[in-house]
Design a protein around this ligand. Structure first.
Ligand SMILES: Nc1ncnc2c1ncn2[C@@H]1O[C@H](COP(=O)(O)OP(=O)(O)O)[C@@H](O)[C@H]1O
Ligand SMILES: [Mg+2]
Length: 333
């Protein structure tokens, strides 16, 4: 989560914990964007193993500075410090994300008693060519969580967009497809990312676009997406999050749409804002038509992106594969 995310969290007065469901309440109705269903026997067994591993890893604290040598000063995130590091035993270069327990507490506290998996355990379950590989995770002797990831050399998508050097039309199409492919993996694994934005994608030198940062990711279940969890990065935040309505994975489709719009045009569909207030325009002001910024955009691509940023979740593509299928035939050189 970036600074903007925190502004959204505190600046707009989000509740600390979701309201408890009334006693005896039936689970919320499955919604078009939700994958609420009974787990299979295999899924139940896998969950049992995960719980066991979680308990072990929480108990067996790791002295991370005995195991890793930092190769540069940390990059400070909002709730964590990130290091390129060398694992002393193996000489392997990794990315080490060290969470600040004090800063994470208000967010994790919202899900008390709901069995939310820690960030590292979530990352381990999300696999794909455009997803950062989670290698290990645990709790350090200092008491905070840590995640070991593959270290991705490259530039943040956010930094490339900020430079305002346009991508070629073919590269725009490729990056939008890769971003959607990444998000599809998150949803297929049963999670909602909740912070899809160019700050959480790295473009590797080989052209691979990689999604990372599962710090706000939750299981795709209504209880984790209840009204009140106003969290994310405001310029990319779906109206149902801003307005504190029940959310589902379509909040990610909205953020993907804004990210895709920015990849294609280097600008946002709504006026940019550093605070949560910017997001209030997402259902009160019509977005600029993407064709105003890129008149030659293939109509199918324009249609998919404009649909993804619809204020009404029912008008968005219901899934990443649906989003991708809308411009599957488009080619650009
Ligand atoms: N696997 C990685 N490879 C290279 N750099 C990374 C990696 N993961 C994170 N970073 C860097 O660390 C920063 C913070 O990481 P992130 O996971 O986004 O933390 P936060 O939850 O605080 O936003 C990123 O903006 C990026 O510059
Ligand atoms: Mg981040």
């Amino acid at each position: 989560m970036g600074l903007e995310g925190l502004l959204a969290l505190f600046g707009l007065g989000a509740r600390k914990e979701p309201p408890a469901p009334p006693k005896g309440a039936r689970p919320a109705d499955p919604r078009p964007g939700s994958s609420e269903r009974q787990p299979t026997k295999e899924e139940k067994a896998a969950e049992k193993v995960r719980l066991k591993v979680r308990a072990q890893r929480t108990k067996n604290r790791v002295d991370i500075w005995k195991r890793f040598e930092p190769l540069h000063n940390s990059i400070s995130g909002t709730m964590s410090s990130f290091y390129k590091a060398r694992e002393k035993m193996t000489d392997k270069i990794v990315g080490l994300k060290v969470l600040d327990p004090k800063k994470c507490a208000p967010i994790e506290g919202r899900y008390k008693g709901l069995g939310k998996p820690p960030e590292g355990e979530i990352g381990e379950q999300i696999l794909g060519p455009n997803i950062v590989k989670t290698l290990d995770w645990g709790v350090s002797t200092e008491g905070g969580g840590f995640v070991v990831e593959e270290f991705i050399e490259g530039a943040l998508l956010h930094a490339l967009i900020s430079k305002r050097e346009a991508f070629s039309p073919a590269q725009r199409l490729d990056l939008v497809r890769q971003a959607a492919g990444a998000l599809e993996c998150v949803h297929r694994a049963g999670f909602v990312h909740r912070d899809v934005c160019p700050r959480n994608f790295i473009l590797a030198p080989d052209g691979r676009l990689v999604l990372f940062d599962f710090g706000l990711t939750v299981p795709d279940k209504p209880v984790f997406l209840q009204p009140g969890n106003r969290i994310g990065t405001p310029n990319y935040m779906a109206p149902e999050v801003v307005r504190r309505r029940q959310a589902d994975k379509r909040i990610d489709i909205f953020s993907l749409g804004v990210t895709a719009y920015e990849i294609c045009t280097l600008t946002l569909p709504w006026p940019r804002g550093a605070s949560g207030r910017a997001a209030l325009a997402h259902d009160t002001l019509a977005p600029d038509d993407i064709r105003e910024h890129w008149p030659e955009i293939p109509p199918a691509l324009a249609g998919a992106i404009m649909a993804a940023i619809a204020a009404d979740p029912d008008k968005r593509p219901p899934s990443c594969s649906d989003f991708l299928s809308r411009f599957a035939k488009v080619t650009l050189d």
